[in-house]
Design a protein around this ligand. Structure first.
Ligand SMILES: [Zn+2]
Length: 64
């Protein structure tokens, strides 16, 4: 199935997850998962048990 993308998307980043505590996406490429701002995480880190693996479309040429 072809997925429509805007013409200025030139790449994507793999390995994003949905956090069960703060309901945000975070990049799952760090060993500590990064700090979760929810206050409900038992260890202060994001947790994505059961999350899909999300791919983020991007255009690095538009970096600010
Ligand atoms: Zn979180």
């Amino acid at each position: 199935m072809a997925i429509p993308l805007p013409n200025d998307v030139t790449t994507f980043q793999d390995n994003w997850r949905f956090c069960n505590h703060c309901y945000c996406l975070w990049w799952n490429g760090r060993p500590d998962n990064g700090a979760c701002p929810s206050g409900n995480s038992p260890d202060g880190q994001h947790h994505g048990q059961g999350s899909w693996n999300f791919y983020l479309p991007a255009n690095p040429g538009e970096a600010i």
